[in-house]
Design a protein around this ligand. Structure first.
Ligand SMILES: Cc1cc2nc3c(=O)[nH]c(=O)nc-3n(C[C@H](O)[C@H](O)[C@H](O)COP(=O)(O)OP(=O)(O)OC[C@H]3O[C@@H](n4cnc5c(N)ncnc54)[C@H](O)[C@@H]3O)c2cc1C
Length: 104
């Protein structure tokens, strides 16, 4: 009998979160990976921000991982979540929904 896939929820799609998700996918092809972030952008290079804001770099040169990469690697990225959930709801197991933030 097949067991349920392991589910990971990562808060923050900065370098730490994104590379953690990447490694989890390499280690477990079947895992369910959800990553949430307050921001509206996929991973970008923070170090390049000053040059981007001065107009020296284009947005494409600052973006490290685009949405296509997340889709291809089956990482369910949810942006602009409005803060981390207060409570995590377990779908189908009678858990309650969070009072604010994302329903996980
Ligand atoms: C201009 C600039 C220059 C830098 N130069 C260097 C350098 O030369 N060398 C160096 O080593 N480092 C440098 N840094 C720092 C480097 O960018 C950070 O160390 C690195 O980004 C940290 O990555 P992180 O994933 O740990 O955190 P972050 O990049 O801060 O990512 C965390 C993410 O989590 C999200 N988040 C946090 N809390 C929540 C929540 N409750 N709900 C939803 N989302 C949440 C945030 O929106 C964010 O996107 C620089 C940073 C800047 C801004």
């Amino acid at each position: 009998m097949a067991s349920d896939p392991t589910r990971f929820v990562i808060i923050g799609n900065g370098a730490a979160g994104t590379y953690a998700a990447e490694q989890l996918r390499k280690d477990d092809a079947a895992a369910e990976i959800v990553m949430i972030d307050d921001e509206k952008y996929t991973l970008y290079n923070r170090v390049s921000l000053p040059r981007y804001l001065r107009g020296v770099l284009l947005e494409q040169r600052v973006t490290v991982r685009d949405m296509e990469w997340h889709v291809k690697n089956r990482i369910d990225l949810r942006l602009e979540t409005g803060g981390a959930p207060k409570r995590f709801a377990r779908k189908g197991r009678g858990g309650s929904s969070p009072s604010s933030g994302t329903d996980l």
